[in-house]
Design a protein around this ligand. Structure first.
Ligand code: SAM
Length: 401
């Protein structure tokens, strides 16, 4: 490991970056820690092969939207240089090693360079985000043990939907953790993990992504599932993942960086989110399951009575409002939350994802006011996440029928 301070750090970083663009050895560059709130949350760059040749693909990531541009290599240095004054740190990953450039407030630049042990060629696929990180031949034994693939690695009839789900979930984590430093250990807790497919897939992917020290904990109510999952990881010697029996409310969560929950039943999703907020996790990602708590409370505001007259519409309205409320409540707790469809309906009807990243710039008061207004409008007096976060919902005047 080599450390450089001051202006020499900055010029060494620029040289390493220019060299990696010139030689095509750039794997990824991440600017993080915006100096002011108007900058995107982070900026990433990588080389991509497109029709006209190789370009530098720059992605500016802000809550709710990403802006992507493909820049000519001749303009790469200029396009990236402006970010050095907009961000507190930059991580450069090349096939030759990693460089972390950092500037704390009023301190000189600091550069840490670590040469790579393994010099793998960086992927230039334009569609890297769509590549499956889980499901190659190395994964066949444990995926087979879960019943998700057959010996030839092909998805089984019963397992194909779950396989698509865990691959896609991991891709989303990959995207959301782009700027998480690989040099630090990472702890992920999977709440209501069931048989443990997602927890194992997450641990395998985190280790492959170069995180130093992976600890994934699956929490599950049913001890038989926990025993089965622990036996599986022992049998296939999969490091960095373990399972504990117990409730989400009592789950060991200290030091969790990321909390995930895939189809945790009804208000178990709220419990998972509330616990994640309580330990100040940097990232919360959950796809909710059934939405029973809010449904019987709903009363349509004027003009929307027919939208609630039929059971199916009431179900969907309850889902929509519960997840909207959850996103606002997470905002009120200091998280920038996004709600999106994460997998096609054919693989699961429960295909809404809430992804919330801890944020200094989220408008907590506005999110709280939005949550209260939504609850009042629809006559929602009780919602588990609101209760857990200490937000008192007040119902409005019942709508005239
Ligand atoms: C629908 S399953 C989903 C399992 C897994 N996440 C998946 O997607 O395959 C929900 C799981 O959450 C567990 N669960 C529900 N409430 C829980 C709680 N309060 N604490 C721990 N586990 C819970 C259930 O036992 C069940 O295994």
């Amino acid at each position: 490991m080599k450390r450089i301070r001051g202006d020499a750090a900055l010029s060494s970083f620029r040289d390493a970056l220019a060299e990696s663009v010139k030689t095509g050895t750039l794997a990824k560059l991440v600017f993080g820690g915006p100096v002011d709130a108007s900058s995107p949350k982070n900026v990433t760059a990588r080389l991509v092969d497109v029709k006209g040749g190789t370009r530098l693909q720059i992605v500016e990531k802000s809550p709710g939207r990403d802006k992507t541009s493909n820049v000519d290599l001749a303009d790469a240095a200029a396009a990236l240089d402006a970010n050095l004054s907009r961000y507190r740190h930059a991580d450069l990953f090349t096939t030759a090693g990693t460089w972390r450039l950092e500037q704390r407030e009023k301190q000189p630049w600091n550069l840490v360079h670590e040469p790579a042990e393994v010099r793998a060629a960086p992927s230039r696929s334009h569609d890297r985000e769509k590549q499956h990180r889980i499901g190659g031949v190395d994964d066949t034994p444990w995926l087979m043990a879960f019943g998700l693939v057959s010996p030839d690695g092909k998805p089984t009839a019963d397992g194909k939907d779950k396989l698509v789900q865990i691959r896609r979930f991991v891709e989303i984590l990959d995207h959301l953790l782009t700027d998480a430093p690989r040099t630090a250990p990472i702890r992920v807790v999977d709440m209501g993990c069931g048989k443990g497919h997602l927890a194992v897939a997450t641990a395998v992917w985190l280790a492959r992504s170069g995180f130093a020290g992976v600890d994934v904990v699956g929490v599950e109510l049913r001890p038989a599932l926990v025993d089965g999952a622990n036996a599986l990881v022992r049998k296939f010697a999969i490091p960095g993942v373990r399972f504990v029996a117990g409730t989400i409310a009592d789950a060991p969560l200290e030091g969790a960086d990321v909390v995930i929950a895939l189809h945790a039943c009804d208000t178990a999703t709220d419990d998972a989110f509330a616990r994640a907020v309580a330990v100040n996790a940097r990232l919360i990602v959950g796809s909710p399951c059934c939405h029973k708590q809010v449904r019987p409370q709903l009363q349509a505001p004027p003009g929307l009575v027919s939208a609630m007259r039929h059971g199916i519409l009431l179900d969907r309205q309850a889902e929509l409002l519960t997840d909207a409320l959850r996103a606002d409540l997470l905002g009120a707790a200091g998280y920038a939350a996004r709600v999106f469809e994460w997998v096609a309906t054919e693989h699961t009807g429960r295909n809404v994802m809430i992804a919330a990243e801890r944020s200094d710039v989220v408008d907590r008061d506005k999110s709280r006011a939005d949550a209260l207004e939504l609850a009042t409008t629809w006559h929602i007096g009780q919602q588990r996440l609101a209760e857990a976060l200490g937000v008192t919902l007040r119902t409005g005047t019942p709508a005239a029928s």
